[in-house]
Design a protein around this ligand. Structure first.
Ligand SMILES: *Cc1c(COP(=O)(O)O)cnc(C)c1O
Length: 223
């Protein structure tokens, strides 16, 4: 399938999910996750009008960035090793996987302007999932207050690989509640307005629960 055709289907479903939940489709950013696909397929995505691209490994990010530069807004969505920060810091626009103080420290040291970050939260408590525990989020935010280059724009999570949509919904709902708690503190360095949640198999549920950034790979560009 052409990326443009896939995008049409996804936009249709975004519209329906927004209708069900009284939201505005303009408040949803679609991030095209290109980690599985070639430069050619990525170009097709850009040509289809996708402005936001996501990569989960620094090699992939660097390869795509070298080709497309500022034709896209670059989202780093995978685990970022502390020693790799210096390679990607001047190329990424948004980091979705801030999950530990050592990473915040290195970002703060290497960046020369504030970096927009989502804190990755392991809501479901699955052993295999990255991200911090929900109860660690507020202490973490207090800890980075003095880090002038860390700007917390929201929270990110990955739902567990399960069939039960109501359990997935609970994960997203819990993240939204935590986002509301942080947002209500009105911290200038951590406005925490956004929710990065929802992938190919669960983005409609995520939108119903308040997602502002959905990360779609296989159903948009392919796997
Ligand atoms: C791969 C990946 C996605 C996209 O996954 P699909 O199921 O192919 O849409 C989204 N978020 C993260 C963090 C990923 O690693």
């Amino acid at each position: 399938m052409k990326v443009a055709a896939n995008l049409n289907v996804i936009q249709e479903k975004i519209g329906q999910a927004c209708e069900r939940s009284g939201r505005n489709p303009e408040d949803i950013t679609v991030i095209g996750v290109t980690k599985y696909v070639t430069i050619e397929r990525t170009k097709e995505a850009i040509d289809a009008g996708i402005k936001n691209l996501g990569e989960n490994r620094n090699e992939g990010l660097l390869e795509k960035y070298l080709h497309f530069g500022n034709q896209a807004i670059w989202h780093f969505i995978g685990t970022l090793q502390t020693r790799k920060v210096k390679d990607v810091i001047d190329k990424i626009d948004v980091l979705h996987s801030l999950d530990r103080i050592s990473l915040a420290k290195e970002l703060n040291k290497r960046a020369d302007s504030p970096v927009d970050c989502f804190i990755q939260v392991n809501v479901s408590g699955e052993e295999s999932k990255h991200g911090m525990d929900p109860e660690e989020v507020i202490p973490f935010i207090e800890q980075v207050q003095t880090y002038e280059h860390i700007h917390i724009i929201g929270l990110m999570t990955m739902a567990p690989h399960i069939e039960d949509p109501e359990r997935i919904r609970t994960v997203f709902r819990n993240l939204a509640e935590l986002r509301d708690t942080v947002k209500s503190k009105k911290l200038s360095y951590a406005p925490c307005e956004y929710l990065s949640m929802g992938m190919s198999n669960d983005y409609e549920i995520a939108i119903e629960e308040g997602a502002t950034h959905i990360r779609i790979g296989s159903k948009l560009v392919g796997s």
